[in-house]
Design a protein around this ligand. Structure first.
Ligand code: MRU
Length: 360
């Protein structure tokens, strides 16, 4: 999508043939990119959230396996590097999916040169597939927005989103944002309520930035505002992304998503989750019990990050010695999800419909 009126993706192979990504820790204040040239650099980028968002984590990890193939002279080492990659973040299943997918193929190849070549091919194909998946999520989700717009006689459709499930979290288009970008391209009047998404503020810093760069009308809101807006008819639908979806349609997404789903349910507002198949964990059937929830550094809660006089700053917002809990994600049970918007189409959040759509 657009950055300064030029097309941009969140990861690409540069003219030197190296992996290059946007340093998302600096947005929206600075736009800087960096190369990832070793498995350690990839692990650091995922852990420190230089790159983040489930689909992008998966794609970067797939390239991480290409670097792992280059760095390992035997399969024991390759397995060890794969494990190192898998341990960087626990909730987004795309990470496991991407690494295991590479590993399965690479362990079949004994010739090193061939293994490296294959690994690069897999990563490249995965990156392109995820772009196409998001494009198709957009196409299917657009139909829902069109319908609401029609029902409102062309009046503005108000969409609420949480966290950043935009192109920065994927490779291009985004998951939750793909239908929004497509509605915009189709001249449908839309407006987006962007949750700031404490503690890392992915809404304020990333979603607001990318929607703004594309010229989409949005309003940034504190995390607790959604319920009030819904009670007053100011939200027509909610679309969020997912970091892991169980085979029966429970959805793990950024902390606070569950509360939005409850408010949407209470106010009869459709709550959609947009996701590619790489986010479905086919082994799980109970999200609350089975999805591992990441706990993160307490400083993310105790400090607010900002930009003052051209300098990144961190400000303490409570007493230094307070007790803090920092869960990165929560699970929204399937019963609160109106539908899943996937690359294959839209389905209900239940096992039967998900299996049918993905021909399992
Ligand atoms: O902690 P993050 O920034 O990696 O969390 C990202 C999210 O929760 C996104 O909403 C999610 O990955 C949805 S898919 C684009």
């Amino acid at each position: 999508m657009n950055v300064n009126n030029k097309n941009c993706t969140s990861i690409w192979i540069n003219s030197e043939g190296n992996i290059e990504v946007i340093d998302q820790r600096l947005l929206p204040f600075e736009f800087k990119t960096l190369e990832l040239n070793t498995v350690n650099e990839v692990c650091f980028a995922i852990k420190e959230m230089i790159i983040r968002g489930a689909p992008l984590i998966g794609v970067v990890a797939s390239y991480g396996m290409y670097l792992a193939a280059k760095e390992s002279d035997n399969n024991t080492k390759l397995n060890a590097l794969a494990n190192q990659l898998k341990q960087t973040r626990p909730t987004a299943v795309n990470l496991q999916f991407a690494v295991d997918n590479q590993l399965n193929e690479l362990l079949k190849i004994s010739d090193k040169t061939q293994q490296i070549k294959k690994s690069f091919e897999i990563a490249e194909n995965f990156r392109k597939e995820e772009i196409l998946n998001c494009f198709n999520i957009g196409k299917h989700g657009l139909e829902i927005i069109k319908e609401i717009s029609k029902r409102k006689n062309g009046e503005t459709v108000n969409i609420l989103t949480h966290c950043n499930a935009g192109w920065l979290a994927c490779v291009d288009y985004g998951t939750a944002t793909a239908p929004i970008y497509m509605a915009f391209e189709n001249n449908i009047k839309i407006h987006v309520w962007v949750d700031e998404t404490r503690p890392r503020n992915q809404g304020a810093r990333l979603t607001a930035w990318e929607l703004g760069q594309h010229g989409i009308d949005f309003t940034l809101i504190p995390d607790n505002t959604g319920g009030h807006l819904m009670q007053h008819g100011m939200v027509d639908m909610v679309i969020v992304g997912s970091d892991r979806t169980t085979s029966n349609g429970d959805v793990a997404n950024k902390i606070g998503t569950y509360l939005k789903a409850l408010a949407a349910h209470d106010n009869n507002i459709p709550f959609y989750v947009a996701l590619p198949a790489s986010t479905i964990d086919w082994n799980l059937t109970d999200g609350v019990k089975q999805i591992p929830i990441e706990t993160r550094n307490e400083d993310e809660v105790k400090y607010m990050e900002g930009f003052v006089n051209n300098q990144h700053t961190k400000t303490l917002i409570c007493n230094e010695n307070v007790k803090v809990a920092n869960y990165g994600f929560d699970v929204t049970p399937a019963k609160y999800v109106t539908g899943l918007i996937t690359e294959k189409g839209i389905c209900k959040a239940n096992k039967e419909d998900i299996y049918k759509l993905f021909e399992k």
